[in-house]
Design a protein. Structure first.
Length: 276
């Protein structure tokens, strides 16, 4: 989601977007050498917000982050985030990692790693004790080549808009399953989905969200700070639920409301999940 109304977009924020972090690729094990083990090592998967940088001007980044944090301050408080550098254009200049990390920490975020970027950016990130996460790639400048003769222009057939594309109508209805990696955003209104929502899928709406099938992905209502927004679903199995930046992950959702019809709403800044 790129910040609207800004003449220069410095970053794109994916609160619905995720980075699956598998910090330990080895099997669960117990410190068996000791008769009274003090710890266990286990593999785990976490869902993290990703901030995709589109520019290196820190004053612009700071201004746009401030706007977003003001809309949903609790969503970012003490939240681990991943910095995605793959959107930075070549020749955009040097990225000041100390300033960027300090800026994000000042807004309450906890930068844990980066993905994408160049070798120099990786070294700078490691100097700030940031991890280089999976799917990171090193972008190398290819050797100069003689320009090839341009091929004759051919008109491409029009492509249909993807199912997850944002629309500006006050309401949006989705009738097909929302699969892993898809993102559906109802700007300025409510979102209704009458099909299953898979793990890794993301639903976002400025208003309410209605899901008439299993909700296994993430659902975020009140994206612009509407504290009266609600989420209604027939089968709650979500990875994350959020209303106006107040959120719960799967581990913090009570077991007795999973797999049943519920409504999710804010009650004096507390996110409630109640059976319908």
């Amino acid at each position: 989601m790129v910040f609207p109304g800004c003449p220069r977009a410095a970053l794109a924020l994916f609160p619905e977007s995720k980075e699956l972090l598998d910090p330990m690729a080895f099997k669960s094990t117990t410190a068996a050498a000791s008769p009274n083990p003090a710890f266990e090592l286990k593999a785990a998967t976490f869902t993290l917000p990703v901030i995709r940088l589109l520019g290196v001007e820190m004053d612009v980044v700071a201004d746009q982050l401030a706007v977003k944090v003001d809309q949903a301050p609790d969503f970012f408080r003490n939240t681990p985030v991943v910095i995605d550098l793959s959107g930075l254009p070549r020749g955009s200049g040097e990225l000041e990692f100390p300033q960027l990390v300090g800026l994000m920490r000042g807004f309450g975020m906890i930068p844990v790693g980066i993905r994408g970027g160049t070798e120099d950016q990786h070294e700078a990130a490691q100097a700030m004790e940031l991890a280089i996460l999976g799917d990171a790639f090193v972008r190398r400048v290819p050797p100069a080549r003689e320009p090839a003769s341009p091929a004759p222009a051919r008109s491409a057939p029009p492509r249909p808009a993807p199912e997850e594309e944002t629309q500006t109508a006050s309401q949006r209805l989705v009738t097909r399953p929302v699969r892993s990696g898809q993102r559906v955003y109802a700007a300025g209104g409510d979102l209704s989905v009458i099909a299953p929502v898979s793990n890794g899928a993301e639903l976002m709406a400025d208003g309410n969200i209605h899901v008439y099938g299993p909700l296994r992905g993430r659902a975020m209502a009140g994206m612009k700070g509407d504290t009266s927004a609600r989420i209604f679903c027939q089968d709650l199995r979500a990875e994350l639920i959020s209303v106006a930046g107040h959120y719960r992950i799967s581990e913090n959702i009570p077991e007795d409301v999973k797999g049943v019809p519920v409504q999710i709403f804010l009650d004096q800044d507390v996110l409630r999940v109640e059976k319908i």
